[in-house]
Ligand binder design. Sequence first.
Ligand SMILES: Nc1ncnc2c1ncn2[C@@H]1O[C@H](COP(=O)(O)OP(=O)(O)OP(=O)(O)O)[C@@H](O)[C@H]1O
Ligand SMILES: [Mg+2]
Length: 248
Amino acid sequence: MTTTNQPHALTSIQYTRTRTASVAPEVMRERRLVMGLKNDPHANVFRLLRSNVLMQLREKNWTSIAVVAPTAECGKTFITANLGIALAMEVNQTVLIVDADLRNPQVGWYFGLDVEKGLLDYLQTDVRVEDLLVNPGFDRLVVLPGKHTTSVSSEMISLPKMTSLVDELKTRYQSRIVLFDLPPLLTSDDALLFMPHFDAALLVIEDGKTTPDEVRQSLTILDQTNLVGTVLNKSKGAVLPQYKQTLG
Ligand SMILES: Nc1ncnc2c1ncn2[C@@H]1O[C@H](COP(=O)(O)OP(=O)(O)OP(=O)(O)O)[C@@H](O)[C@H]1O
Ligand SMILES: [Mg+2]
């Protein structure tokens, strides 16, 4: 594996080469990919989340959202995967999910993808982005998965190659939404370093686990970031994740 720190000119990402790997229904059930299942009652909350998010993106002409959480296991990747499918189900909307959690890349797992190479391989070798993209069997949805992990993810995420990739992915298709799954806000500086590259963030908190202090610290980190909302996940009072446009 070679490492390159060179700024990278991305002149032509060819999406026509994207391979398709459909998720089997039993995998979706097991991994709670509820938006992919027919008539799953849990899907409604993601439709609501989609409408609220879309309304704001359209109003403000935003296209890129970082999905963040104070700590691990709050449900960032679960929310990112389901919201990604929900957004792509809108006929005029194409969606790209980027697994930018270089500490614990799990987007591929949610979609049951057999990932050979991911974002870190792109950053460290000469592999091309178009060879990493996968359509997980939903129209208008493409995933840039992660595979390998690194203990120096903030260094990786700050590489000029990463910043130019993000800028390229955001600007190439005006009508496309890009969702970025990021590492937890309070356990690394990856998200903090990278936040200026996104139009907005969606904050996921876990009912019964995330403390008020963690919410406050997260909001301080997101101080300069537009917040499209907060999701209260794993809510004890309801079966479904709950969404608030702002914390109020
Ligand atoms: N609403 C929910 N109901 C039940 N289980 C959930 C819910 N949301 C997430 N989970 C489960 O909780 C675990 C953590 O979820 P997930 O992997 O999405 O968290 P994460 O914030 O991405 O964690 P990490 O920071 O480690 O990547 C997973 O096993 C997931 O299936
Ligand atoms: Mg995750």
